[in-house]
Design a protein around this ligand. Sequence first.
Ligand code: SAH
Length: 227
Amino acid sequence: MGLICQSLLSFAFCEPTLKKNFEKERERMISSQLVARGIKDVKVLGAMKKIHRHVFVPENMLSHAYSDEPLPIGEGQTISQPYIVAYMTEVLALLGEDRVLEIGTGSGYQTAILAEIAKQVFTVELVGALSHRAQETLKKLKYTNIIYKIGDGTFGWDKRAPFDAIMVTAAPDKIPHSLEEQLKIGGRMIIPVGSAFQELVLVTRGKKKFKRKKLLPVRFVPLVTTH
Ligand code: SAH
């Protein structure tokens, strides 16, 4: 923990800056929550190590920033569990030249992980206050490859389509076909689907049809559709 001193002559005015780096907590998160559960992609592990999850969580949640759980970020929304962030990123099999659409910017944590690996990230958030906060955090981190939109992302981002990959971080009852249609041939989408019971589904767009594969049970906030 660093110190800010108002006078070099006295320690009496020294205050902790609270700039704790959480290096050890991050290392532990990588080994016990990610590697131990099978995350292997070095690009994903590198991004999870580089990005400080604690700058995306509210101050009263700081001590839980690297816990194995989702956390509240305000407006009734949550930042996903680190394992789920890593898992969803890994299954998109990003190569570095990808244009990625993210639906549900939330805290911006997942956005940062994607921006580390992909060429460009287009991210849509319904709640203005959350998008503005995420934009502030991500601009401080100097990302120049993220494009933001405030609005309902249920139907994707037509003007920016097609995408190499799409990640949806809120759950619809069924997969919106308009999102599938915004994938390139060979493109992948990872999306939680369902209400009381939800599953992550990986959609791959082939030349003639879409392949949909159920991966694992999850719990996400609902995708709110406004029209
Ligand atoms: N990826 C985020 C998780 C946020 S939770 C993170 O790492 O923090 C899901 C987010 O989806 C919430 O912020 C919620 O407001 C947003 N959301 C819900 N319905 C939406 C919609 N139709 N369009 C865009 N965003 C939506």
